[in-house]
Design a protein around this ligand. Structure first.
Ligand code: PMP
Length: 395
């Protein structure tokens, strides 16, 4: 008997859009000699001392569960780190949870605060998971579109326009994926005034905090009177080159953390013990390696921005992360057509901007977490592709 599985599936889950990023990865993976500027992860291997610590934890038999919120020793290090780097104070005992990647931090945060129908403002272009995570938690993602004219920065007026009595939180991401846009202290302070006026919470995704280039990173929780309203999300994936470790963390007021721990306890128990041991070493002894990686991204950012602008793909200089988001409007193609053509004709994989929301149409995301040699070849190929498009247009 053939079973109609549709009848069993959750309508919420079925309504989720497949990620526009995966589609391109799958296509690129099936081709040879592709240079990928498509992936959103560091091209570095995790520093050796961190790996060694995790290996030692396994060797010495640390294979049991930890506390739900994570090893207290690691939470202590996270607390020290947040204080040392970003001047925010969180108690390791009851204000921090070690999660399975920043992804799970976001999931826990929204599951803890949303009731059905609650609205969350998502600033687009945005990380592909945001709207889906909010939807799965029963919330309603409200998209706020930014544009290149002001460097993809959201303004307080834009937020005011969409806030309703159902708005519960704003999801901020600075530095941003996919635009690389980094908000400075004044810009965050202006947003804070709106948050306070409308009595909202902020989920602040600070996963790219270590990767800023032109100005100091400001944690949203350090903005006056925002500490009480902020759920801080961060982790090891990007700055520490530890994507595959799946380790992130949450820091927030006690009353919120206690509810999140409850959800975590029933769904996940804890993050992997031996990997949490490695993360302790990451926070204690890797600031030099993190800084070296940052400088390397910074050099690659400068090269990539200059190259794209030279080719004629107008590109603002992003303040952080490892992405650039150039306009492809000159080509006359949609971003999907552009990315598809570039992959097929020149074997360079990028992500079409519309994967990050409607306001990403007309742009592509290029990750510069690739070797400078690869970036150089990719830029030559993109240049050639643009020339061929212009030639075709003129004939
Ligand atoms: N937030 C943003 C903005 C990201 O770009 C990513 C990873 N691409 C994540 C969260 C998820 O990070 P993690 O790998 O730690 O789950």
């Amino acid at each position: 008997m053939s079973i109609d599985y549709q009848q069993y599936l959750s309508t919420t889950a079925m309504r989720l859009e497949p990620s526009g990023i995966r589609k391109f990865f799958d296509l690129a993976a099936s081709m040879d000699d592709v240079i990928s500027l498509g992936v959103g992860e560091p091209d570095f291997i995790t520093p050796w001392n961190i790996r060694e610590f995790a290996i030692e934890a396994l060797r010495s038999g640390q294979t049991a569960y930890t506390a739900n919120a994570g090893l207290l020793e690691l939470r202590q290090e996270i607390s020290n780190y947040l204080n040392r780097r970003f001047q925010v104070e969180y108690q390791p005992e009851n204000q921090i949870i070690v999660t399975v990647g920043a992804s799970q931090s976001l999931d826990l945060a929204f599951r803890a605060i949303l009731n059905p129908g609650d609205e969350v403002l998502i600033i687009e272009p945005a990380f592909v998971s945001y709207a889906a995570i909010v939807t799965m938690a029963g919330g309603v993602p409200i998209r706020v579109e930014t544009n290149a004219d002001n460097g993809f920065k959201v303004t307080p007026d834009q937020l005011e326009e969409v806030i309703t009595s159902k708005t519960k939180a704003i999801l901020l991401c600075s530095p941003n994926n996919p635009t690389g846009t980094s908000l400075n202290k004044d810009e965050l302070t202006a947003i804070a005034a709106v948050v306070e006026k409308h009595d909202l919470l902020v989920v602040s995704d600070e996963i790219y905090a270590e990767l800023t280039y032109d100005q100091e990173f400001t944690s949203f929780a350090s903005i006056p009177s925002m500490y009480e309203r902020t759920i801080l999300v961060n982790g090891f994936s990007k700055g520490f080159a530890m994507t595959g470790w799946r380790l992130g963390f949450l820091a927030a007021p006690r009353e919120l953390i206690s509810v999140m721990v409850k959800i975590y306890q029933y769904t996940t128990m804890c993050a992997p013990t031996m990997l949490q041991m490695g993360a302790i070493e990451a926070l204690r002894n890797s600031s030099e390696q993190v800084e070296k990686m940052r400088q390397s991204y910074w050099r690659r950012r400068n090269f990539t921005v200059q190259s794209l602008n030279r080719i004629g793909l107008e590109c603002h200089t992003p303040g952080g992360a490892f992405y650039v988001f150039p306009s492809i409007k000159k080509s006359g193609l949609t971003s999907e057509e552009f990315a598809q053509g570039l992959l097929q004709e020149e074997k360079v994989a990028v992500v079409p901007g519309n994967a990050f929301g409607a306001s990403g149409e007309g742009y592509i995301r290029c990750s510069y977490a690739a070797s400078i040699e690869q970036i150089e070849i990719a830029m030559n190929r993109i240049g050639r592709y643009m020339e061929s498009l212009v030639r075709t247009k003129n004939t």
